[in-house]
Design a protein around this ligand. Structure first.
Ligand SMILES: *[C@@H]1O[C@H](CO)[C@@H](O)[C@H](O)[C@H]1NC(C)=O
Ligand SMILES: *[C@@H]1O[C@H](CO)[C@@H](O)[C@H](O)[C@H]1NC(C)=O
Ligand SMILES: *[C@@H]1O[C@H](CO)[C@@H](O)[C@H](O)[C@H]1NC(C)=O
Length: 318
């Protein structure tokens, strides 16, 4: 009896919660790369989502799971859900898609979600889509209305369109109504984008001239660029040559940038007549990708300071 109590105590100590793993294989997934495993994933999801406390959806290694467009829906009973991607997930080729979906994988209304893709990979078969210029192409994964979301080490290969949407072809696009977003440890390119190898843009804030709202307190830090088109850019005239930008842009910091740009203009700070305020450039060193060629900074209606910035930005006023 004594022993049993001790055991129970130890057990309670090492296992403070009801944490349950739901492995897609146990729900009928084949993982042979040919069978559509979507229904098995959905069954595993139902159990994970309906668990009492913490639950983990396990996508095990050494398998290849073919998934047709999939929606993992909440709200969930489980207060914390992990999705562990250790295997390979593949999309059907374009000619196998029956109808258009905005996103191949959609995760919606799930709170307290952690997605860890460190050992696995997600293959969008984008090469079957890219040549079709008139096609509406899907994104790989979209998170919609997920509070307290953490996504790390996702390895996404060949997305037909954008890789990850959290709201809305960029490496990372942070669209309207987003706040407290922390994006760390990104390497991407070529493409449109944020570490940027051969991307159209590096750190960019763009707003439509008639758009409402604000972009405030945004820091871009420790960014390395290789041959980026616009390494640093604020553009309040996206898509229209008007003089007035309504989105208020303030408190933007670009710090610790290094690398090369493809053209002469390394830094663009193009603000509407009402101005952008409290813009900080610090420890910036961007040179031309063509050795020795001069690069410059250009801007208008921009207020703030530049320290240790190469090229110098004399357009910034206090
Ligand atoms: C932001 O949220 C408001 C209110 O819900 C909505 O009307 C608006 O369309 C959203 N804007 C964007 C860019 O998502
Ligand atoms: C963003 O996340 C990284 C990695 O978790 C962390 O080191 C950093 O402090 C965070 N930044 C902010 C502003 O929270
Ligand atoms: C400038 O912006 C930073 C955030 O990027 C903020 O912490 C600071 O308070 C702002 N300063 C003023 C005077 O608004």
């Amino acid at each position: 009896m004594q022993r049993l109590i001790t055991f129970a105590l130890i057990f309670a100590f090492v296992s403070p919660c009801l944490c349950v793993d739901y492995n897609v294989i146990d729900f009928g997934a084949k993982g042979d790369g040919k069978t559509d495993d979507s229904q098995a994933f959905l069954r595993a999801w139902q159990s994970t989502c309906g668990a009492k406390e913490m639950a983990t959806l396990v996508i095990p290694p050494n398998y290849q799971f073919l998934l047709t467009p999939l929606i993992l829906k909440g709200p969930c009973q489980a207060s914390n859900i992990h999705i562990q991607i250790k295997g390979k997930i593949v999309a059907p080729a374009k000619n196998k898609w029956i109808s258009y979906y905005f996103s191949w994988i959609l995760i919606t209304n799930v709170n307290g979600l952690t997605v860890d893709g460190s050992e696995g990979s997600i293959h969008g078969l984008g090469d079957t889509w890219w040549s079709c210029k008139s096609c509406q192409r899907p994104s790989v994964i979209t998170f919609n209305a997920c509070n307290d979301l953490s996504v790390s080490y996702l390895n996404i290969v060949d997305s037909p369109r954008s890789h990850i949407n959290v709201n809305g072809d960029d490496c990372i696009a942070i669209s309207g109504n987003s706040s407290y977003v922390n994006v760390t440890g990104i390497a991407c390119g070529p493409g449109h984008g944020i570490s940027f190898t051969g991307t159209t843009n590096g750190a960019r804030i763009k707003s439509f001239p008639n758009g409402p709202g604000y972009a405030r307190a945004i820091t871009f830090e420790q960014i390395t660029l290789r041959k980026a088109g616009n390494p640093i850019i604020i553009d309040q005239f996206y898509y229209a040559p008007l003089t007035w930008g309504r989105v208020e842009v303030s408190g933007i910091t670009f710090r610790d940038f290094s690398g090369t740009c493809a053209y002469d203009k390394a830094i663009t700070l193009n603000c509407g007549a009402q101005g952008c305020f409290n813009i900080t450039l610090d420890q910036i060193n961007i040179v031309s990708s063509e050795g020795g060629k001069a690069v410059y900074c250009s801007g208008k209606n921009v207020h703030g300071i530049a320290t240790s910035t190469n090229p110098t930005c004399s357009c910034l006023s206090s």
